[in-house]
Design a protein around this ligand. Structure first.
Ligand SMILES: *Cc1c(COP(=O)(O)O)cnc(C)c1O
Length: 710
């Protein structure tokens, strides 16, 4: 394993803290720190996809010298460092004020993926974004939380699209010295290496630390020299291996995750399992408690009292299940003092979803966690119905599964331009109070022209980004001319732009909007009132059907009948997501109800003034107010095909009758007043209620505080 090389570019003493700032991802959601790096070397900032660690490795000494003799830049730098120190040492936080008796308790948050920044590609999609946003908000609110996950050296794949529109997966090895991570160290300063029993052998894992202001993430990595070659590969890729690999990864996350905390001297009072992947945490904790002399029953009760479980999907395939033989093989070394209770523990995971009895990770978590939640009000209901067999004696409405609706980390997802507008009109401290609905009511008083100007600016950034990306593919990778065209260089920056960016999979129905191609073509190509659509998203490497959906979109983008008004932007990640949610005019979401548990991209869009146009599924079922976006809600049809058609008809009607006219009807100054009204309602209603701040406060009040006996 190559150790991170000690960075070579020496920093002038006056700006010696710059590297510390770059290595704490707190910079990425602080406007002053962000500006500090952006204006340090704007071209390099763009060329590195906003990665200050890489920037400091590449930067010319002359640029550093220029910066340190620029008083405006220095003022930003000093302010950023001051705020970072405040964020790290904060005592006057919401958590400290609300729970003065909390003392030194720790909440451990386990997740197989964390999306904290594009320079750390250890996430696939929504689950990771949620975990990342949860941790960032925990930092802002002063929660004593640590995150535990995996550091996949090859990450999730990078997507390229062939000239035939077929998704190709590329795995690049992460260069640790260019990522915002450092080796985690034990109290005595030595690097933290842990041992994990896996089957009949022992696997080692090293630990990386990611700083997020007031909190840290710890990431497990089995690419250690003393491991066998196949064990070194175990944590190489996210969701990349077969079932056996997946199960072994989950042993490492659950068992290894708890062991790493012990080794770092951290004793969590509460463990939060983000999705079933981490459910083996309970086995290691039971083991530890029994080792300390508790009876098995007492240990089980203690684990139940202090375990919180969040389930994320109503799609059956989204819940990991293994054969008992597989579990027996890979957990052979785990039982320890639990050996007499092995059979009971295996039964805690027993579940038959129709294809025979299996060991189901969600079932294990549901049966061992004292508090369980789904991720939207509707999903809470669906989860209770779905998992009723776990509690056969209880009526469905009495099942111990509640709902805490997801939210997004506002400082991460809000564009600098919209942030500036809100600072001017809501007060410079609006970010501190952003979950207060009364504060956001003041959005209604923002002059329409100013708001529209920001919206036009954001759309402009998106088009610049799309054109630059197609230019890079053309110049750097010699892709075909057709592939360039499909990438969107012909899009028009004045035209109403719909965004659709999400994982390509059947239930999200990416092709729904093409149900009636002729009608869609008329909408897209209307003279003077054109509409364009930008698609992005990856299909899971093993999902052939998803890849075919993607290919169909690619061919639509090339079909002249749509007037060059459809584009597919490749390699959807956090970086692309920022441009899309901020720069599109409408965010489209057409899942098959009720399979979208929550969805969060629509929240990111809405708080930037990109209203949501969606089926009433997930968060939109509770988020739509009648005036803050549009609801696709035709009468319920007899079967899936009829429902697809009905949903598409309702979608076209909304576009033709409401959305397009509202966007193109302008006043004398060229401002679309009906449109800006929807934009204001979108920001006003979505920002406070669907913020990670509201969400994390709910987790604290409803789940963490009771478990901590606060
Ligand atoms: C927000 C986000 C997602 C999740 O979006 P959904 O609406 O839940 O599908 C997935 N990927 C990226 C890169 C994101 O930023």
């Amino acid at each position: 394993m190559p150790f991170p090389v000690t960075p070579v570019t020496p920093l002038p003493p006056r700006i010696a803290r710059l590297r510390d700032l770059a290595h704490d991802l707190w910079w990425s959601w602080n406007p002053v720190a962000r500006r500090t790096f952006r204006s340090l070397d704007y071209l390099l900032w763009r060329a590195t996809a906003h990665n200050p660690v890489l920037m400091l490795d590449r930067i010319e000494p002359s640029a550093l010298n220029r910066a340190q003799s620029d008083s405006a830049w220095l003022a930003d730098y000093d302010e950023a460092v001051r705020q970072l120190d405040l964020a790290r040492g904060a005592r006057e936080t919401w958590f400290a004020r609300t729970y003065p008796a909390a003392g030194s308790t720790v909440i451990a948050y386990f997740s197989a993926e964390f999306a904290v920044h594009q320079s750390l590609p250890i996430y696939a999609g929504g689950l990771g974004v949620l975990a990342g946003d949860h941790c960032k908000e925990a930092s802002d609110l002063g929660l004593p939380l640590v995150g535990i996950g995996f550091c996949y050296p090859q990450g999730y794949f990078r997507q390229r699209i062939s000239s035939e529109g077929w998704q190709e997966e590329h795995y690049e090895r992460l260069d640790w010295s260019h990522a915002p991570v450092a080796r985690a160290r034990q109290a005595d300063g030595s690097p933290c290496i842990i041992t994990i029993p896996l089957g009949t052998r022992t696997v080692l894992a090293q630990v990386w630390q990611v700083k997020l202001g007031g909190i840290s993430l710890y990431l497990l990595d089995t690419d250690v020299e003393d491991n066998a070659p196949w064990d070194r590969e175990l944590s190489a890729r996210l969701y990349g291996g077969d079932r056996e690999t997946r199960l072994q990864q989950e042993v490492i996350l659950g068992i290894g995750g708890v062991r790493l905390l012990t080794q770092l001297g951290i004793e969590p009072a509460v463990c939060h399992l983000n999705e079933g992947h981490a459910a083996f945490v309970v086995l290691q904790r039971l083991n530890d408690l029994c080792d300390r002399g508790l009876t098995y029953e007492a240990a089980l009760a203690e684990v139940r009292r202090t375990t919180i479980f969040t389930t994320h999907t109503p799609v059956p395939a989204g819940h990991d299940a293994f054969t008992f033989a597989q579990v027996e093989t890979h957990l052979a070394g785990v039982w320890g003092t639990l050996a007499p209770h092995r059979e009971h523990l295996l039964r805690l995971g027993l579940y038959d979803n129709g294809s025979g009895p299996m060991f189901n990770m969600t079932a294990l978590a549901l049966r061992t966690a004292g508090a369980v939640n789904g991720v939207s009000q509707l999903h809470g209901q669906v989860t209770r119905e779905m998992w009723h067999p776990i509690w056969p004696d209880l009526p469905v409405e009495r099942l111990p599964v509640r709902a805490i609706t997801n939210g997004v980390h506002v400082p991460t997802w809000m564009s600098s331009e919209m942030d500036g507008l809100l600072s001017r009109h809501l007060g410079a401290d609006w970010r501190e109070r952003h979950d207060d609905p009364a504060l956001l009511d003041r959005v209604l008083a923002i002059p329409n022209g100013e708001l529209w100007e920001v919206r036009e600016q954001l759309r402009g950034f998106l088009f610049h980004f799309i054109r630059e990306r197609t230019r890079q593919r053309w110049a750097g990778e010699q892709v075909s001319a057709a592939r360039v065209v499909a990438g969107g260089p012909m899009l028009d920056r004045r035209v109403l732009t719909i965004g659709f960016a999400r994982r390509f999979t059947g239930y999200k129905r990416p092709e729904l909007i093409f149900s009636d191609p002729d009608r869609l073509a008329r909408i897209l190509c209307a003279p003077g009132r054109a509409v364009q659509i930008v698609f992005a998203g990856k299909a899971h490497p093993a999902d052939e059907a998803g890849k075919r959906h993607l290919q169909h979109i690619y061919f639509r983008a090339l079909d002249p009948r749509f007037g060059g008004r459809i584009a597919f932007v490749d390699d959807y990640d956090l970086h692309v997501a920022h441009f899309l949610v901020q720069g599109c005019d409408v965010w489209l979401n057409t899942p098959r109800k009720p399979l979208e548990a929550s969805g969060t991209s629509g929240m990111k869009a809405a708080l930037n003034g990109t209203p949501h146009l969606s089926i009433g599924d997930g968060w939109w079922a509770e988020g739509f107010t009648g005036t803050n976006g549009w609801l696709i809600d035709p009468p319920k049809a007899a079967d899936d095909a009829a429902q697809d058609w009905a949903d598409a008809q309702a979608l076209y009607a909304l576009l033709e009758q409401e959305i397009v006219p509202a966007f193109y009807d302008r006043d004398e100054q060229g401002v679309p007043l009906r449109w800006t009204q929807v934009v204001k309602e979108s920001i006003r209603t979505v920002l406070p209620r669907f913020s990670a701040r509201r969400m994390v406060k709910e987790y604290v009040q409803e789940m963490y505080a009771p478990a901590l006996r606060l």
